[in-house]
Design a binder for this molecule. Structure first.
Ligand code: IPM
Ligand code: MG
Length: 357
């Protein structure tokens, strides 16, 4: 029996999460597993009900579960709340911190059926298979933030960026281990020509590299990396980088897979791991059944793999998604000539059908 905390959140979160739950239920039937789903509010939805985006009951439910499935949080309605009540800073970041999820895995894989969906040239992206390992509980997003008034009547805002050897070493170790299980190629991304934390990052990763002589380690500046990802993405196997660089580079890398609606993620490091699509709550299309549920469904596959060690089941979900893509079913974000347009629910149904065949 696996206990799964289900946190749909805001915007399209409430549309895509039920599709992933549906897929997990199909897996349970097919393989004879028992999944217990317990739902709780988070983000703006939780603020509306309780006055706080991360109610203690929601956090407690997560801590008492075997894994967490999250949709997305935030929306224009909450953008002007005091900073500590905003869904991002009041809920998502504390949730990651409380659950000690320092490693965020974002696999950027191009499903062959989606070769034409990307805005990039086919020969550049065909065969792309990159694992980005993003540090998730340190750096700028968690540093002290403040404002002060300046004598000229303006203001000065400050965000502290700091990383310790310990934080760098544990995420780097995670990435070296991941590379070891793949093509043994690790690219560490930093801005060591300018930033002090990046210099410590590079020194620490380099030193740790001595323990992994079988992994080919390289270093790249983040600005160059953002260019190389578009120029020649196939040079990358595993990328490891700090929190903000990873946030930015993974949105960019999602375009290698055709749509950000295809990019799942796993956040790991503590007792309970969290699985969520890499995209946001997309308020512009919320409530219209237009959202692509596949990133969430693929995140559920990662849950089976990393939290429950159910590799065969995870592979079956991924294979089902591949097949549904190959059969030409598309949500609007991926739609192209000759394909069949489906809505969020229909896409979930297609994946379930494929699993139950
Ligand atoms: C992501 C998102 C979040 C982040 C936001 C919503 C705080 O962009 O998971 O990539 O920056 O980590
Ligand atoms: Mg992001």
């Amino acid at each position: 029996m696996y206990k799964i905390a289900v946190l749909p959140g805001d915007g399209i979160g409430v549309e895509i999460v039920p599709e992933a739950v549906k897929v997990l239920k199909a897996i349970a039937v097919k393989f004879g597993h028992q999944f217990e789903f317990r739902e709780a509010p988070v983000g703006g939805a939780a603020y509306d009900i309780t006055g706080h985006p991360l109610p203690p009951e929601t956090l407690k439910l997560c801590q008492e579960s075997d894994a967490v499935l999250l949709g997305a949080i935030g929306g224009p309605k909450y953008d002007n709340l005091p900073v500590h009540l905003r869904p991002e800073i009041g809920a998502l970041l504390p949730l990651r911190k409380e659950l000690a999820l320092y490693a965020n895995l974002r696999p950027c894989i191009l499903f062959p059926g989606l070769l034409k969906a990307s805005t990039l040239k086919e020969e550049v992206i065909s065969g792309v298979d990159i694992m980005v390992v993003r540090e998730l509980t340190g750096g700028l997003y968690f540093g002290e933030k403040y404002r002060e008034n300046t004598p000229d009547g303006g203001q000065k805002a400050t965000d502290i960026l700091s990383y310790s050897t310990y934080e760098i070493e544990r995420i780097a170790r995670f990435a070296f281990e991941a590379a070891r299980k793949r093509r043994k190629n690790l690219c560490s991304v930093d801005k060591a020509n300018v930033i002090e934390t990046s210099r410590l990052w590079r020194e620490t990763v380099t030193k740790l590299g001595q323990e992994y002589p079988d992994v080919l380690l390289s270093h790249m500046y983040v600005d160059n990396c953002s260019m190389q990802l578009i120029r020649n993405p196939k040079q990358f196997d595993v990328i490891v980088t700090e929190n903000m660089f990873g946030d930015i580079l993974t949105d960019e890398a999602s375009m290698l897979t055709g749509s950000i609606g295809m990019l799942p993620s796993a956040s790991i490091g503590g007792k309970v791991s969290l699985y969520e699509p890499s995209h946001g709550s997309a308020p512009d299309i919320a409530g219209q059944k237009k959202a692509n549920p596949l990133a969430t469904i693929l995140s559920a596959a990662m849950m089976l793999r990393y939290s429950f060690n159910l590799e065969e089941e995870a592979l079956l979900i991924e294979e089902a998604v591949r097949q549904v893509m190959a059969d030409g079913y598309r949500t609007p974000d991926l739609m192209e000539a000759g394909c069949t347009l489906v809505n969020t629910v229909e896409m979930g149904d297609k994946v379930v059908e494929m699993i139950m065949r």
